[in-house]
Design a protein around this ligand. Structure first.
Ligand code: ADP
Ligand code: MG
Length: 348
């Protein structure tokens, strides 16, 4: 049997038309939209892990998009920070330096000291990691019922000053006078948050929030696929209050935020004075201003944390003036004006 060669005329007519492609695109897009809607509506936080635990005398929370828990790695990283910076751990790097056992730092402490010295320089010494002798005097003064007098404050002030310490090239701490003590508590929480954020990014995770005692980093989107919503507490004037009333909710991502407030850690003396745990290194006394809380948004949480403390020392006007030269910062300040809480915000 012979087959005649096929010609074009014999071929089945193609049904293809350009508008078919259009229909196909519309169908695919519609299916994708429906699938995404369903996912957000019913199963929006698929793949998000939530971890929490105790650290640095407070709690950490981590929410991150991952199919497996990284809790053990997160806590190992936080312990690493604790072994470097904790004032309560007698074998931490900082404790060994303070007790005179060693002058050697580690890479974490080097980073924190370098950052702290930079913030000290740019805040004209309002932030100062050598302030501990004064913090202790005011704290212990309260506990023992006798606040330090001017003579005591002056003699302790002689031990305070960030210029008394320097980091050598081989990673040692040099002090130019005896009795200088390092205290990185004002930046440790923020730094811990940065380290955990770095750990998550290193695992290829982009959607997360990490928080330690109110200092936090947010990245990517939340489980609803939206910006993270971060609360700023109302400065409720009550030492015993555990109120978490919010002054504002800020939609944020890809940034760090830290808050320092004189409404949380303070005590009232018998004669009605409020003693906050933020000390003005220049006066040697607790900072006292109209500023009730300073929330700072910055590229890193360590930096946000340090500036938040510095702004509480500086007060509203000096803090506002400094913002001119610190363009990487945004702030949300709550301050008292004749008994009324007012807001100064540069958050956009
Ligand atoms: P806040 O949440 O109010 O900022 P932090 O825990 O960040 O509180 O920091 C408070 C600690 O900072 C104090 O307990 C003290 O050890 C330290 N500190 C106080 N005054 C200063 C200062 N001027 N510069 C640096 N650290 C300070
Ligand atoms: Mg702080």
């Amino acid at each position: 049997m012979k087959y005649a060669p096929l010609t074009d005329a014999d071929a089945p007519k193609s049904q293809w038309r350009p508008w078919h492609l259009l229909v196909l695109i519309v169908l695919v897009a519609a299916t994708a939209i429906i699938l995404m809607r369903n996912r957000t509506a019913t199963d929006g936080n698929v793949g998000f892990q939530r971890d929490e635990g105790a650290i640095f005398g407070t709690f950490y929370h981590a929410t991150y998009r991952s199919s497996r828990s990284l809790k053990a790695d997160i806590e190992a990283e936080l312990q690493r920070v604790d072994r470097s910076l904790s004032m309560f751990n007698p074998t931490s790097t900082i404790s060994r330096i303070n007790s005179g056992t060693s002058d050697a730092t580690d890479s974490l402490l080097q980073y924190v000291i370098t950052l702290s010295q930079r913030v000290s320089e740019s805040t004209n010494g309002a932030f100062d990691i050598t302030v501990a002798p004064l913090v202790n005097a005011w704290g212990f003064g309260y506990k023992s019922g006798t606040l330090p007098d001017s003579a005591a404050v002056d003699s302790l002030r002689a031990l305070v000053g960030y210029r008394h310490i320097a980091l050598t090239e081989d990673g040692r701490i040099e002090k130019d006078i005896e009795g200088v003590v390092l205290d990185c508590s004002a930046v440790a929480k923020g730094f811990g948050v940065d380290r955990v954020a770095q750990l998550l990014r290193g695992q290829g995770i982009n959607d997360f929030m990490v928080e330690i005692g109110g200092e936090l980093v947010v990245s990517g989107t939340n489980p609803d696929g939206q910006l993270w919503r971060v609360g700023v507490n109302k400065p409720v004037d009550d030492a015993t209050s555990t109120s978490n009333e919010l002054e504002a909710v800020l939609p944020l991502t890809n940034c760090a935020m830290a808050t320092s407030g004189n409404y949380r850690n303070f005590y009232i003396t018998d004669d009605g004075r409020r003693i906050s745990h933020t000390i003005d290194p220049h006066t040697g006394r607790p900072a006292q201003h109209s500023l009730l809380s300073a929330t700072v948004i910055a590229p890193t949480c360590a930096e946000a944390d340090a500036f938040a403390t510095a702004f509480m020392v500086m007060g509203l006007d000096s803090a506002k003036a400094l913002l001119e030269s610190q363009r990487q910062l945004q702030v949300y300040f709550i301050y008292d004006h004749d008994g009324e809480d007012l807001i100064y915000s540069t958050v956009h």
